[in-house]
Design a protein around this ligand. Structure first.
Ligand code: HEM
Length: 395
């Protein structure tokens, strides 16, 4: 007769095996069937890897091609799987990251609905957990009460009146960049690199009261950290077994995380010293100042821990710079191709400002029709969020 130990020795592996097949096979097949019944098609689920192999192969193939010099057809190059699958399965489709179902939404109105998330039904993607290393538990990742408290602080720091005060700083940074360009008359300029410096400078000055030089190291380290962690983004967590392994361990990434933390600690200490020495009345009205003040709070309800403070700094650096830099480069590129729009935009700027710098006092910024054109903005938002991905956690 089998002993109790032998029973347990058979039962536990059998239980784990059943769970494994439930997660890795039965559940994905069921979700796929239900979605197809609702008209949402997509590439078929493959055991364990889902569609990650196809995505990887398509990406490798796409990088072998060269875009024509004046082509703005970036989607087949950067997201070849989304390009192909929207053509095959429609504007909204289902694909698989391992056993995780991913619903891609490319219709602008649906993207808007997901981003507005009025009923709070769309959870932030837990699948992007590798991003924790870059953004910690900052606004981009936090949910619920923590998100609400942090969001209030951010809203406060970026109120329209505060944004208006940032205009002279932004103008100053742009002026510096243009002056540098004037020495390159007739020569080629790498605008993407220029906008990297510009956005880093503006963000460092407006949100953190430091300069590009001070922020530069942090941006470089965050960039390196991002490339290390995104190298894993097509890696699949094996159901059950994956929980026991930590795929995201990487000693260089861990080291970078520590260094980034220390750099932020230095900026934070400096701000506290300025207040203590009387150089500043308070901690400052920029984002960093509000976060530091919240960290110094004695009321536990309002207090922001030092870890949260650092996570929010990381989030703002990461979320604010790469996005704006890419948008500026893209706008300049599109204007370079469409010279008629370039002329219209230039004429509008000169008609409204002449040779003066933009200010907020004359309200001319709001009068810019071409630059603020809503159809134009809509196209930008469609292109910049060519696909919004939401995760199906349970069906
Ligand atoms: C062209 C520029 C930008 C684009 C296209 C852009 C795009 C986006 C998108 C699509 C989201 C929503 C992500 C999601 O919910 O999954 C987001 C969130 C966020 N962005 Fe931006 N962004 C830009 C500039 C900035 C700047 C300049 C900052 C900060 C200085 C910033 C900080 C954030 C933060 C903190 C969040 C999270 C907000 C929350 O969850 O409450 N972004 N951004």
């Amino acid at each position: 007769m089998l002993s109790v130990v032998a029973y347990i020795a058979i039962l536990i592996p059998s239980f784990l095996l059943i769970q494994f097949f439930y997660k890795a096979w039965w559940k994905p097949i069921r979700i796929q069937k239900r979605m197809r019944a609702q008209g949402i098609k997509g590439p078929s689920y493959n055991f364990l890897h889902g569609n990650t192999k196809e995505v990887q192969d398509m990406k490798i193939e796409a990088t072998k091609t060269t875009l024509p010099t004046l082509s703005n057809e970036i989607l087949p190059r950067v997201q070849p799987h989304i390009y192909l699958w929207t053509k095959l399965y429609g504007r909204n489709f289902l694909s698989w990251h391992g056993d995780r179902a991913e619903l891609h939404v490319t219709e602008p109105d649906l993207i808007k609905e997901v981003l507005l998330n009025k009923n709070g039904v769309y959870k932030k993607s837990v699948g992007e957990k590798y991003m924790h290393k870059v953004m910690g538990d900052g606004l981009g990742i936090a949910e619920g009460k923590k998100w609400m408290t942090q969001r209030k602080l951010a809203n406060h720091a970026f109120q329209i009146e505060k944004l208006k005060h940032m205009v002279p700083t932004i103008v100053g940074s742009v002026q510096n960049m243009l002056e540098k360009w004037s020495y390159h008359e007739g020569k080629e300029i790498d605008v993407h690199e220029e906008f990297r410096i510009l956005t880093s400078d503006v963000l460092s000055k407006t949100a953190f009261g430091s300069s590009y030089v001070e922020g530069q190291k942090i941006f470089e380290k965050l960039g390196r950290l991002l490339s290390l962690v995104t190298a894993n983004n097509l890696r699949v967590d094996l159901p059950i077994i994956g929980k026991l392994l930590n795929y995201y361990t990487n000693s260089e990434a861990d080291e970078l995380e520590k260094e980034i933390r220390e750099s932020f600690m230095q900026i934070i200490r400096k701000r506290i010293e300025k207040k203590d020495s009387g150089e500043l009345n308070y901690y400052g009205s920029d984002y960093l100042g509000l976060l530091v003040a919240a960290n110094q709070e004695t009321d536990e309800e309002k207090k922001v821990t030092i870890d949260t403070l650092i996570d929010e700094c990381k989030t703002a650096y990461f979320a604010g710079q790469d996005t704006t830099m890419a948008l500026l480069s893209w706008v300049i590129f599109v204007l370079a191709i469409h010279t008629d729009w370039q002329e219209k935009a230039r004429k509008e700027v000169f008609d409204l400002f002449g040779d003066k710098h933009p200010t907020t006092s004359d309200n001319n910024l709001a009068k810019m029709k071409i630059v603020n054109d809503n159809d134009c903005k809509r196209n930008v938002s469609v292109i910049s969020s060519s696909s919004y991905l939401t995760q199906i956690s349970s069906l």
